[in-house]
Design a protein around this ligand. Structure first.
Ligand SMILES: [Zn+2]
Length: 40
């Protein structure tokens, strides 16, 4: 049961999607660390 699907926000043609926001953050931090930086 998915509340929503999180898609990668990268402007690149990145196919990453996840139903987990934590997985998306981990993906962005590991795969797009030079594009996006997460600041809490
Ligand atoms: Zn991505």
């Amino acid at each position: 049961m998915y509340d929503r699907i999180y898609e990668c926000p990268s402007p690149d043609d990145c196919p990453f999607k996840s139903d987990s926001a934590a997985d998306l953050v981990a993906h962005v931090n590991s795969g797009h660390a030079d594009e996006y930086q997460r600041e809490d």
